[in-house]
Design a protein around this ligand. Structure first.
Ligand code: GUN
Length: 325
């Protein structure tokens, strides 16, 4: 009865969620798979319209997969499947892990010059004998749907429109669509990688009145050298915690402020007691969902959203080129 009365009131989402938890409700699950499905549906409609109304060819995406890493193979498969769902032509070029850096750079150059290719991604990691930075910088910035080219990183840091790395875009979109307020809020990002933690922190702290709108949060960027007692000091005060470290169970219930939003970007494959494997994140989900106001699951949270954002970036690349048949 109390519960029913509460949800009919016009409280803010965050406030009503605090109260529901105090009467024993667990955190609201942010369903990344469902939201990604909605975004892909919107994209499919927009792409169809763009192709039909403007006599454009369908957007196209080429993935380069080097070597036999099972996780990389799976991710590329997900990307190709999503492309098919939204009406993007896609193909994967598979290369031996022994491929030379020069041969890989030559292939990228060929794709840069190919007018039938709008977006290029090189699935990372690349083998040790290949320079990841050289590879990322070899992709034409206008086809850099991963947003990893140094020019595009610079544009992101300057709040200028660009291809934003897909995981950072995914987190921002999840926050927006779940109506999580970030204006003036404390956000902790765990993990400072150039492809995930850094772009996320850039978007979160920036001014919303820019060409590339920011989320106006007060951001603390923690990393492997943040002492545990400092990490908990920051996370306990955070309205939003975003963890992208690959450290299983890094975020525990005692580190989370009641009602906070917890976004788990971690993906780690672990072995279960019965000898099978499963994917887990950075957050101790069972514990933290009892304290948090909102939480993303792993799998089914940020992962599918990242793929959907790649499709969005590919469409953006195709539109910028305005290639017609
Ligand atoms: N490896 C792990 N995540 C990514 C990603 O977002 N893009 C690419 N190209 N490789 C990855």
């Amino acid at each position: 009865m109390l519960y029913k009365k509460l949800i009919t009131c016009t409280f803010s989402r965050q406030f009503s969620s605090d109260i529901l938890r105090s009467i024993g409700k667990a955190a609201e699950i942010i369903d990344g798979k469902k939201i990604a499905g909605e975004i892909k549906k919107e994209l499919k409609r927009d792409i169809e319209e763009w192709v039909q109304n403007n006599n454009n060819r369908a957007p196209s995406l080429v993935a380069i997969l080097v070597g036999e890493d099972p996780a990389s193979k799976k991710y590329v498969q997900f990307k190709m499947q999503a492309a098919k769902e939204v009406g993007i032509n896609s193909s994967t070029i598979k290369l031996e892990s022994s491929v030379s850096e020069n041969d890989l750079l030559d292939l990228i150059d060929k794709l840069n010059k190919d007018d039938n290719c709008d977006g290029i991604l090189v699935q990372l990691p690349v083998p040790d004998h290949v320079s990841e930075r050289k590879v990322c910088n070899a992709v034409d910035p206008r086809k850099d749907v991963d947003g990893f080219h140094i020019h595009n990183i610079g544009r992101l840091c300057s709040n200028v429109e660009t291809f934003v790395p897909c995981t950072a875009l995914a987190v921002v979109e999840l926050l927006k669509r779940s109506k999580i307020d970030t204006f003036g809020k404390n956000v902790v990002v765990c993990g400072r990688s150039k492809n995930v933690g850094l772009p996320m922190a850039m978007l979160l702290h920036s001014d919303y009145r820019n060409e590339l709108p920011g989320l106006e949060a007060t951001v603390t960027l923690c990393h492997r050298n943040t002492p545990p007692e400092e990490l908990i000091h920051f996370t306990k005060r955070a309205d939003v915690i975003i963890s992208a470290t690959g450290v299983v169970n890094l975020i525990r219930a005692n580190m989370v402020k009641p009602g906070a939003c917890v976004i788990d970007v971690g993906i780690t494959r672990i072995e279960t007691e019965d000898g099978k494997t499963k994917i887990v994140g950075d957050v101790d989900f069972e514990e933290v969902e009892k304290v948090a106001g909102y939480i993303t699951p792993v799998p089914g949270g940020v992962g599918p959203m990242t793929v959907a954002m790649l499709m969005k970036n590919t469409f953006q690349a195709a539109k910028a080129f305005k290639v017609t048949t």
